[in-house]
Ligand binder design. Structure first.
Ligand code: DQQ
Length: 535
């Protein structure tokens, strides 16, 4: 392992070394946040995982705890895969997760803390009657596609419900199980929801959100007219975390997505590198908090050299947008405690072709908020109806391609001579119906002189009226992470990059406009970020 670690994160969660993937069983219990995660203690690539464990009081600084779950009985002898926490009556935390049994079949396993009076819940044990859900000839469940139980919810009948991800043929599905005692589970004949051709659904998540569009969360068991439900799945085929918003018809044990969500691939939590996410309800601060995994874009050889692979994104507060048509995501406010030495620039016009360096920030470790006003529409380009794929459009119209309005935004992790940079920017178009189309891109193509990392550009359309609302961008920059929130949290793109020159104090930050039209900077603040205590 190399001592020089220019890609280690300062405030994004990662263990000291080795491979990590999915966040597991997040919860707040007696005032302490618990994060478990898929971990290979022996190397930088995936291997049959154990559950590693860290605790926190603020979701930002974490204390490592002993490995919580490892092979212990037949039900998980070949690995402990992903799962979720549920707090049972009497304030008893229970974990349901997927174990691989001696035949490598996927079965669901129940675990409890050994001592609920230990504030850190260091030790866990597996219930004697495991597995509690498993494939049989009768239920016809596919033993290699049966995993990742959700947090359970309980309705007025006192019965628990839980979803397990699966597929039948190429139809992705969330199987529904019920239990009175959390130990004996019975499968409901019909899945909660399925969708043709979507492939295996990993890490399902099913939760209510208030329709009042306030940034507050609600307990997973809540039903009623004041909430809508969100169903999120991690699509194994595309490695995208997609979600729909709809109605939970609890009498029918069914979920119906709202009209407009029939195209399953429409909404993603994050249009960059992001997978296997999961939410939990924080009843102390009344928030629903979303955790996710961002894999490396580097080669395995590079990962071996740095000695680690995988990070988690900054925990995000999630709630329903006032349109009711999408979620809003925003970094938890606790992250702001790491901010220091803010710099701002006054309101100003940013002419086409200009670039301004933002001095006085630790550009490799920063939090930046910028808002643009749009006024100069004379050169605006027409949007073509055939441009249906924003990621493709971002790769065709990269940072160096000048347009009528855009690209404008930030060059992050940039070297002094711009040999390297990761650009996050907007382009604004006018569609034939006279509406504006806003494209948000994260362009990694010049992020590193190293040839080996994957430098795919990412993109998404942001549903805002740029004239009326302006365009905002918040970017969390952390050495090898560029996590960008567009349109006040409407769209998020996370990128992993590995600059060779723009590292430590040699990283720079610029605001740029490479279009012909000018835009206005209406606000801009950048903070240097302190290091969090993580490992
Ligand atoms: N990762 C786990 C599985 C899950 C997948 C195994 C998603 O339980 O389906 O490490 O990344």
């Amino acid at each position: 392992i190399s001592d020089d670690q220019p890609y280690r994160t300062a405030y994004h969660f990662q263990p000291v070394k080795n491979w990590i993937n999915d966040p597991n069983g997040p919860m707040i219990y007696n005032g302490i946040y618990h994060l478990f995660y898929q971990y290979n203690p022996d190397g930088v690539v995936w291997a049959p995982p154990v559950w590693a464990h860290s605790t926190s009081t603020d979701l930002i600084n974490w204390t490592p705890q002993p490995i919580a779950i490892q092979p212990e009985m037949d039900a998980n002898i070949n690995g402990s895969w992903s799962g979720s926490a549920t707090i049972l009556p009497g304030n008893i935390p229970a974990m349901l997760f997927t174990g691989l049994n001696p035949k490598y079949e996927q079965v669901q396993v129940l675990a409890y803390p050994k001592d609920i009076n230990d504030p850190y819940l260091k030790e866990w044990f597996l219930a004697p009657n495991n597995p509690v859900m498993f494939p049989t000839p009768e239920n016809q469940i596919n033993a290699s596609s049966f995993r990742d139980p959700t947090t359970a919810w309980r309705l007025r009948d006192g019965i628990w419900r839980v979803l397990v991800g699966s597929k039948t043929g190429t139809t992705g599905t969330s199987l529904l199980f019920k239990s009175k005692d959390f130990v004996n589970w019975v499968q409901i004949k019909e899945p909660l929801y399925s969708y043709k051709l979507s492939g295996m659904w990993e890490c399902p998540d099913f939760f209510p959100v208030y329709i009042n569009c306030k940034p507050i969360g609600v307990d997973t068991s809540t039903i009623g007219h004041h909430v809508k439900h969100v169903l999120k799945n991690s699509l194994d085929d595309t490695k995208h975390d997609i979600y729909t918003i709809g109605t939970y018809l609890h009498e029918k044990e069914a979920y119906v997505p709202d009209v407009g969500f029939m195209n399953e691939s429409s909404l993603r939590y994050d249009y960059g590198k992001y997978y296997a996410s999961k939410t939990f309800f924080d009843d102390v601060t009344t928030r629903r908090i979303l955790l996710g995994w961002a894999n490396e874009s580097s080669s395995v050889a590079d990962d071996m050299e740095k000695g680690w692979s995988g990070i988690h994104t900054i925990p995000r507060n999630v709630w329903l947008d006032c349109s009711g048509k999408q979620l809003i995501q925003w970094p938890v406010s606790e992250i702001e405690a790491l901010r220091e030495k803010p710099i701002s620039v006054p309101h100003q016009v940013l002419k086409g072709g200009s670039i301004i360096e933002l001095h006085g920030v630790t550009a490799a470790q920063a939090d930046v908020e910028i808002s643009f006003g749009i006024h100069d529409l004379k050169n605006i380009e027409k949007f073509k109806a055939s441009w249906t794929d924003p990621q493709l459009l971002c790769s065709q119209k990269g940072t160096s391609v000048s347009g009528g309005l855009g690209p404008f935004g930030l060059l992050t992790l940039a070297s002094k001579g711009l040999e390297e940079y990761t650009a996050v920017f907007f382009r604004v178009f006018k569609a034939h119906n006279n509406k504006f189309v806003v494209l948000m891109c994260s362009d990694q193509s010049s992020s590193s002189l190293n040839q080996t990392p994957d430098k795919t550009s990412y993109g998404t359309f942001v549903g805002v009226n740029p004239i009326r609302e302006g365009l905002s961008l918040r970017i969390l920059i952390d050495h090898s992470v560029v996590e960008s929130f567009g349109g006040k949290g409407k769209n998020v793109i996370t990128a992993r990059v590995y600059p060779t020159m723009a590292i430590y104090d040699d990283a720079h930050l610029y605001v740029f406009n490479n279009g012909t039209g000018s835009v206005r900077i209406t606000s801009l603040t950048a903070w240097s970020m302190k290091k969090a205590r993580i490992a």
